[in-house]
Design a protein around this ligand. Structure first.
Ligand SMILES: [Zn+2]
Length: 309
């Protein structure tokens, strides 16, 4: 059993370095290490023309009439079967393990089946990476577009990243009857939930590639998500750490709880629940809070907490 630890609250790891392909692409764009300027300009010109052409085709595709996607369920099934059969770690639809390769393969299969094979190569032409996160405890996935400003000798560059929350996936679908709604679909297993999350994130990516801004609360996003994938809700409803803690351990933010630390029983108040619970314990050595009292923060695994009256 892991001991409670006092440690600073962390954030998700920084976006990963772009992959080798993206680095090569950047080298072409920046003309790094090449002397023949005329040749480089031709390459840059071709890349820009190709991007504009791809953006145009992608925009047309996103605005397609919904009947184009009438066979969406077969396509979604084909993707599920292929990911499962090619994965080195997924052994069933309610898999116990998932690798970054599985996320990447799933995204590429969606690109092939739904996005005309345009979106991911377009993102790659800037820089694209995938990430599994065990620290994202609210959203099932996250797509980010980062613009790195120009530095001496290097032009500005854009990088896209798609992250999947493994903590949300793995704390859901534990019981035989777990039925969790994601994007309006009733999902009975992790593979189905992962597909809905990847679909949602791919629409964010496509919007960013074409219009830069992407907002899943806006009408454009929702009409694409509904037409292409049949989503009826734009928010994930994967069971969250907070819901899990409340249901299994009867612990909510604001509750008084006790836990063991260095051989002693300590009593505090639940401040926040993510992967662990943040417990505030009154202590003159702690930092001052808005109520004028001083508290130390403890980060404690939820199963080690005991609610007290
Ligand atoms: Zn969203």
């Amino acid at each position: 059993m892991r001991q409670p630890q006092k440690r600073p609250s962390g954030s998700d790891p920084a976006p990963q370095e772009s992959d080798a392909r993206a680095k090569r692409q950047m080298a072409v764009e920046s003309g790094a290490g090449k002397k023949n300027v005329g040749w480089d300009l031709k390459i840059v010109g071709t890349t820009v023309a190709t991007r504009i052409e791809r953006q145009k085709r992608l925009a047309e595709l996103l605005y397609s009439s919904p009947h184009v996607w009438a066979d969406k369920h077969q396509k979604q099934q084909v993707i599920a079967d292929r990911v499962l059969s090619r994965s080195k770690v997924m052994t069933s639809r309610n898999f116990q393990s998932v690798a970054k390769n599985d996320l990447e393969l799933m995204a590429y299969l969606y690109d092939e089946q739904f996005l005309g094979g345009i979106a991911l190569p377009l993102a790659e032409s800037y820089g694209l990476s995938f990430r599994l996160s065990s620290r994202m405890t609210r959203a099932g996935g996250k797509t980010t577009r980062t613009v790195y400003p120009a530095t001496a000798g290097r032009p500005s560059r854009t990088h896209y990243e798609i992250a999947l929350s493994t903590s949300l996936l793995f704390q859901s679908f534990r019981g035989a009857d777990d039925n969790i709604r994601v994007c309006g679909y009733d999902c009975r297993d992790r593979l189905t939930a992962m597909q809905r999350i990847v679909e949602h994130e791919l629409i964010h990516l496509c919007e960013m590639l074409v219009w830069i801004q992407s907002d899943c609360a806006a009408g454009r996003f929702q009409s694409i998500a509904h037409g292409m994938f049949g989503h009826t809700e734009h928010r994930h409803e994967l069971i969250t750490q907070q819901q899990r803690a409340a249901k299994d351990y009867n612990i909510r933010a604001g509750n008084r709880v006790a836990f063991r630390f260095e051989g002693k029983t300590i009593v505090g108040v639940v401040n926040r629940i993510t992967r662990r619970a943040t417990i505030l314990v009154e202590d003159s050595r702690g930092e001052r809070f808005s109520d004028g009292k001083r508290y130390l923060k403890y980060y404690v695994p939820i199963h080690q907490l005991r609610p007290i009256a």
